[in-house]
Write a protein that binds this ligand. Sequence first.
Ligand SMILES: Nc1ncnc2c1ncn2[C@@H]1O[C@H](COP(=O)(O)OP(=O)(O)O)[C@@H](O)[C@H]1O
Ligand SMILES: [Mg+2]
Length: 294
Amino acid sequence: MSKLVEVMVTGVSPEVKARIEAFKKIRQQEEEARKRLSIVRHKIAVISGKGGVGKSFVSTSIALTLAKKGYKVGLLDSDLHGPSIPKLLGLQGQKMSAGPPGIFPVDGPLGLKVVSIDFMLPSENVPVIWRGPLKTGAIRQLLSMVMWGPLDFLVIDLPPGTGDEPLSIVQLIKDLDGTVIVTSPSDLARVVVKKAVAFAKQLKVPIIGIIENMSYLKCPRCGEVIRVFGQGAGKKICEEMDVEFLGEIPIDPRISECTTRGKHFLECYPESDVARAVDTIAEKIVSKIKEMKE
Ligand SMILES: Nc1ncnc2c1ncn2[C@@H]1O[C@H](COP(=O)(O)OP(=O)(O)O)[C@@H](O)[C@H]1O
Ligand SMILES: [Mg+2]
C-alpha cells in the first residue's frame, strides 16, 4: 500500500502509526516495570554529583549489610557506562538467565539479587555507546523484564551526575522511598554533590541523608586518624542544604585487595571499622525510611 493510499484508508500516515506504536510500547514497559517492582517494599537510590567517591562501594555495602540483618535485598546497577557492581561483589562473568516470565537477577553473596548491564555484555571490554533516549530505553526495558520477586529493599546504584540514568529512574520509579547521597570529604566534592542534593529536591525525591565516604585513614600501627582528602564536606553539605548526615566511612586500603580476590570487602573483613560504620548507617537508613513513611 502506498503512503498516500494508507493515509486515505486508515487516516494516519505510517510515520504517525509507528510513533503511536512506539509510545504504546513505552507505556506497556513502564506499566510492566511498575508491576514487577510493586512487590518491592522499599526502593532506595544511591546518587552523587561526582564520580569516584565510592558510590558503588557504598551501594554494595549497604545492600550486603541489610541482607546480613535478614532483609531480602536486590541491587540494581544502573550505571550503563561503568558498571562496577559485579566486580565489587566478585560476580564478574556471570549472566542473568532468561525464561518466559522474564529475566532473573544473578544471585550474589547473602542472597542478594543483582542486576547489571554488565551481565548482558559479551565481555567486560565492550563499551556501551548510547545516547540519552537509548539509555532511558535500556533501563526501562530492563526493569520491565526483571523478576525481582518479593524484596524488602531494592538498592539502586546510579551513575554519577544528574544525567539521563538518574532522571529515567526517578521518572520510572515514582514510589522511591528516597535517595542516599554519597560524597567524599573534599571541598571540590562538596560543590558538585550539592548539585545532586538540588537535583533530588527539584524532582521532589525525598532525601534520606548524606554519607561521607573515604573520610579518614586510621594508621594501623599507632591509630592516628589522618584526614587524607580534606575536612568534613558531608556535614557541611548537610548544614547548608538542611539534610540529615548519615555518617562517615573510613578509607581502608584492603578494599581493592578483596576486589582482586573476587570477594566483597565486607565478606573479607566483617569486623572492620568500615563494616561497623556501614552497619550504623544502614540502621539509620531503615529508621529514617520508617519515620518518613509515618
Ligand atoms: N572507603 C574506601 N576506602 C578505600 N577505597 C575505597 C573506599 N570506597 C571506595 N573505594 C575504592 O575507590 C574506587 C572508586 O569506588 P567506586 O565505588 O567505584 O566509586 P563510584 O561508584 O563513586 O565511581 C574503587 O576502587 C573502590 O574500591
Ligand atoms: Mg560507580
